[in-house]
Design a protein around this ligand. Structure first.
Ligand code: ATP
Length: 306
């Protein structure tokens, strides 16, 4: 069946989902973002991932010639470590994830994985080795089990259940009358953003890629869901080279390095506590977010009391 022969890459996934009429506007725009001019070099080999070190070396990029989006970005994600990118809206965070996936080629500089320039290897092999947990996961019109197993079609039922458990979604699934056989999607059960993201995490756990890219949901989640997702993400990123595009600062506290991006340049970098002590942009973003979270929590408590 075509289902089994589909390459497990992000674009393939999105096209299929769109053809099923399930994609929302945002996913559609992401697909439209993919330019046709990114092509494999003739005879390009497959990416060979050993340790899984990602390097951005003086990367410049613009979507339109007259507006620079990234201006000399350099950082390394050491093998098995987690680096988080934070910054105000429009700073260029998601652009970094699009470049790593090679939806676009860099304007100048280069991106390497284990020393191989990503422009020199096939796109299929690149996307195969990177597990992507996108902001908005779109699901197939099929069962929950199918949606999780998509990460590795040969996975056994026990492996699907174990992945769901690690992704903190199995309690939810087991409470449904049809459990893992529950149909989801357009004609089935509608899942919340947080539930969909955990299905995507379970799928990625099964795929077991050496490199992970997490593009966090921007939508506000309640504290409990946020904590569950954090636990799921901690599981999936354990010992994997992980790049997190973070919109909520609570998820970056334990990152090995936090990169603060503003107007396409790195303005601060370091660990959480160092950045707080520094008292710059990160510290003020953290303060603002804490105020918002506290206000939200107060509102929730008041609503519960009413
Ligand atoms: P947010 O936190 O709001 O998601 P971000 O830091 O991830 O923001 P990017 O999505 O990387 O920001 O966008 C950086 C800049 O590039 C923005 O000013 C945006 O308008 C612009 N941009 C993004 N995609 C395109 C595109 N396809 N064509 C032209 N400009 C784009």
């Amino acid at each position: 069946m075509t289902q089994l022969s589909m390459p497990l890459n992000f674009i393939g996934t999105l096209y299929r989902e769109i053809s099923q009429g399930l994609a929302d506007m945002e996913a559609m725009f992401k697909v439209l973002d993919v330019p046709a001019e990114v092509v494999d070099r003739p005879g390009a080999p497959a990416l060979d991932v050993k340790a899984g070190v990602i390097r951005f070396e003086d990367v410049h990029f613009s979507y339109d010639p007259d507006r620079a989006i990234l201006r000399g970005i350099s950082f390394e994600v050491p093998a098995g470590r987690t680096i988080a990118i934070v910054g105000p809206s429009g700073a260029g965070k998601s652009t970094i994830s699009r470049l790593l996936f090679r939806f676009y080629d860099v304007g100048a500089g280069r991106i390497t994985i284990d020393g191989q320039d990503i422009r020199d290897v096939t796109q299929a092999s690149l996307r195969q080795r990177i597990g992507m947990v996108p902001q908005d996961t779109v699901l197939f019109n099929d069962t929950i089990a199918y949606n999780i197993r998509y990460g590795r079609p040969s996975a056994s039922e026990a492996e699907v259940r174990e992945a769901a458990r690690m992704a903190q979604i199995s309690d939810f699934i087991e409470r449904l009358p049809k459990g893992f056989d529950t149909e989801v999607g357009e004609r089935g059960l509608k899942l919340s953003g947080g539930e969909k993201q955990r299905v995507a995490i379970a799928r990625t756990i099964l795929k077991a890629p050496p490199i992970l890219m997490l593009d966090e949901a921007t939508s506000a989640l309640d504290t409990h869901t946020e904590r569950e997702i954090q636990t799921a993400l901690d599981q999936v990123s354990l010992n994997r080279t992980t790049l997190v595009i973070a919109h909520r600062l609570s998820t970056v506290v334990n990152a090995d390095e936090i990169i603060v991006l503003e107007h396409g340049v790195i303005v601060e970098r370091g660990r959480h506590q160092d950045l707080l002590d520094h008292g710059g942009l990160y510290a003020s973003m953290w303060e603002r977010q804490r105020a918002v979270d506290e206000a939200r929590e107060r509102l929730r408590v008041t609503e519960e009391q009413d």
